[in-house]
Structure formats: C-alpha cells, structure tokens
Ligand binder design. Structure first.
Ligand SMILES: Cc1ncc(COP(=O)(O)O)c(C=O)c1O
Length: 442
C-alpha cells in the first residue's frame, strides 16, 4: 500500500505561501496544530497542496465518518444542486427536510413521537435545545458538565466548560447554568475508583447540587455528551442509567449532545446507545451531512411544543446538506459502517493497550468504536498531564504522514468509519514510532 506519501517535509512551498496569506487575512482565534493545507481528500487519505498524502485519523474533526468525497454523497448533493439550492424552511416547505426528519426519528433511540428542528451547526442545535427546554418547562436553570464541549456561541458556550480561553473576558454567559463533574474515572474528581465509589458523582448532583445549589423545580435539563469530545472521556458502565433515574425523579429533561459521537462514530448510531438509556432530546451535527453545514435538534414531540415564531433559521435545513445527510444515513447502513467502527475500534484499543505495556508515557487508553483517546502522563503515579509530549507526538506523526489531533494531554483518534485494517495498522505504526522517542523503561 502506497500511503502515506511524504514528498516534501510539510509545510512545502505551496503550503507556506497559503499559510502566509492565511495569517494575514484569517481570524487569529483559529488554532491550528500543524500546517496541513488540504488540496483534496479521498476516503481516508488527505492530500496537501504540495502532493503529500496523509492517513486521516481526524475525519475533519469527526465529520467525515463515511470518508472524504464518498461517491454516493457527491451524487446526492449534485442531484439536489440541479433542482434547487435554497428556498428557506423558515417560510416555505420542501420535501427533503421532511424525509430527513423522518429518517432521523427512525434511527434515534426512543419509540415515542419525535420532532426535529434543523439548523446549520452543532452550536445552533444546542441553542435551539436550550430554548426548547426553557420554553416547555418554564424553568431556566440548566445543568452541564465540567469539560463539556457544546459549541462557542453565547448559549452553548455557557454550557461548555473545557477551555478558559473560550470564556475569559466574554461574560456574562447565559445565566443559571451549573456545572457538575463528569464521570472521568481516570482522574476521579472525588479521588475514588469505580464501581466501589457507588457513583458518588451521581450522589453529588442529587445530594448537593439539587439540594443546596439549585432547586430541581427550577432545572429544565441536564446537557451531556455520551463521550466527552474533549479528552474522549468515556463514562463508567452504570452512569447514564443512574442519571436517567435521577432526572426522572425530578422531571428534568436529558439533552444528549451527539455532535461528535453520532452517526456510527462509536460503533452504534449514537453514543448513548452503549448505555441503553433513552434521552429526551438529541443534538446532532457534523457527521450527519459529511461536513456540509447542518445541525438537528431532535426531541420528544410533547417537549417540542414551542409556538410559531419562537425559533427558526433561514439557512437551517439547507436542501444540499439534507441531501448529503440522507446519503450518509444510507451509506452508513448499507456498508455496515457501525460494525466496521466496532471492529477497527476494538483492534485500535487492543494495539494501544499493548503500547501502554511498553511506554510509560501512556497513562490511559479509552473510547468506543472509532472514537479513541490516549492520555499521556509524565509519570503514572502523579498522572501529571504530558501536554507538551502529546504535541510532540502528534507533530512527529504528522511529519511522517499521519494526521491526528490532540485535546489537552490526550491524543484523539477518529478515523473515517470506512477505514480498513491495513490502513489502521500503518497509522498505528507511525503513532508507535512517534511514541518510541519518549520511551523510558517500565
Ligand atoms: C460535542 C460537541 N457539541 C457541539 C459542538 C459545536 O459544533 P459546531 O462547531 O458545529 O458548532 C462541538 C464542536 O466541537 C462538539 O464537539
């Protein structure tokens, strides 16, 4: 197999030219880890403007679950292009949004009646969710998790809590949001181990937050990610089941943000299905339309009871994005991509587990399906985050043709769900070579 192919150390001459103009004209808030200047993409290979070819373990930030430029997606969008590109669901009707809403209602957990609101992105799907629960329950308070990533507009940013740089100098956020600890067992906020802890983190919400900080009668919803995107934090087995019980006790809605974990990423259609828990509402974006702008807030019909004019979007539910989304759902099902995600993901977890035996630097390996995190630590006892080492490993891998990303002290692996065993192996070999440079004896 002839990938990856590095013909000039990146950034090559063409890439350098574009980087210079980018630096001059684009927003300095964008934060790129390495100089990958994309020319084209095919399946799980990304070609840069100088002709280098990289194995894609990013999927364009978990959006290209069916791989880059899948022919069925391209054809579906082309067909729609020839019909009409826009006519606004805000004031008119078109069939493709209805078809997509029906498909999403079928494929999401819960046999109850559902409704869908379409927008353009993950953050907008969260904004809609905030308004839906506040409107329906006539309650303003919201619970969200420490280290959550729900987007960067004001409402969603109020729920997010992963980077101080996203909030510093930007207050006030939306009021009445209380953040609680996520079940991050590797670094348990209560310094306990699961399951001996008996899920102290649920108890904490029940006994402290809902009894001393905010009255349950004021809480409309708990927003959560089934696996936290930042750090790929994967909850303990019984967590969501206990959370569901607690939410039911106080009639609080559970809003599941599946922007990162949805559409087969974790080996199920939606991440929450690993825990057999049915949320009241789901926010879906990114992979749903193979990277075209689309977000969906899907919810129990009885909860989405806001009246006309409370919320809408001119561009939301764009027909091109909906055409892509219908094709994504078809390709995912027809090509058994959930199964491949599980198969390749299990193999990745096994190989990374073996690497953990060899490299002291690896503190934790976690994830489900093709959403995998490798947390690096300076030493296993103190668990001091090895953030600089993560950066070095990811940069080194990039130079050798593997495109990865990092989140704090964690390397994140999210290849397309179409990836084959051989390509996974080549990618993991590059990652292992990069880790070897930090080898110390165990
Ligand atoms: C879990 C999750 N929700 C929402 C968002 C926001 O999505 P978008 O960038 O499409 O607004 C992100 C993006 O990082 C995310 O990871």
């Amino acid at each position: 197999m002839n990938i990856p192919k590095i013909i000039v150390t990146p950034p090559g001459p063409k890439a350098r030219e574009i980087l210079t103009s980018d630096e001059r004209f684009l927003s300095p808030s964008l934060c790129r880890l390495y100089p990958l200047v994309v020319q084209s993409g095919k399946e799980c290979v990304i070609r840069d403007v100088d002709g280098n070819e990289f194995i894609d373990f990013n999927s364009g930030l978990s959006c290209l679950n069916v791989g880059n430029c899948h022919p069925t997606i391209i054809n579906s969008v082309k067909e729609q292009l020839d019909k009409f590109t826009h006519y606004s669901q805000k004031s008119f009707y078109y069939e493709i949004t209805v078809k997509l809403a029906q498909r999403l209602c079928d494929v999401t957990p819960g046999s109850f009646k559902k409704r869908v609101f379409f927008c353009n992105s993950g953050t907008e799907a969260i904004e809609a969710a905030i308004k839906i629960v506040r409107w329906h329950f006539r309650r303003t308070s919201l619970l969200a998790y420490i280290n959550a990533s729900h987007g960067e507009t004001l409402g969603s940013m109020s729920l997010s809590s992963c980077k101080l740089t996203q909030k510093r100098y930007l207050s006030p956020m939306t009021s009445s949001v209380v953040h609680v600890p996520y079940p991050y067992c590797y670094r348990c906020p209560f310094d306990l181990s699961c399951p001996e802890c008996n899920y102290k983190c649920i108890d904490f919400i029940d006994k402290y937050i809902l009894q001393r900080v905010v009255a349950p009668e004021d809480v409309a919803a708990i927003f959560f990610e089934s696996i936290q995107a930042e750090g790929c934090i994967t909850p303990a087995p019984d967590y969501f089941c206990r959370l569901r019980k607690l939410a039911d006790e106080f009639e609080i809605a559970l809003v599941d943000d599946e922007s990162e974990t949805g559409i087969g990423r974790t080996g199920k259609w939606f991440g929450i299905e690993h825990w057999q828990v049915v949320p009241d509402m789901m926010c879906i974006a990114g992979a749903i339309s193979s990277g075209l702008p689309l977000g969906a807030t899907l919810c129990k019909a009885e909860i989405m009871d806001w009246e006309p004019e409370v919320h809408s979007s001119i561009l939301g539910g764009n027909p091109l994005s909906c055409a892509a989304a219908l094709a994504v759902l078809e390709v995912t099902a027809k090509n058994s991509l959930l199964e491949n995600s599980t198969r390749q993901g299990n193999y990745i977890l096994r190989r990374l587990g073996e690497m953990k035996e060899k490299y002291e630097l690896i503190g934790d390996v976690r994830g489900k399906g093709l959403m995998v995190g490798v947390e690096l630590v300076k030493d296993r006892k103190s668990k001091t985050p090895a953030t600089n080492e993560v950066r070095d490993v990811v940069l080194n891998a990039f130079k050798h043709g593997l495109a990865l990303r990092m989140s704090g002290s964690t390397i994140i692996l999210t290849p397309p769900l179409t990836i084959t065993h051989d390509v996974v192996d080549i990618g993991l070999n590059i990652l292992e070579s990069a880790l070897k440079e930090f080898r110390s004896s165990l």
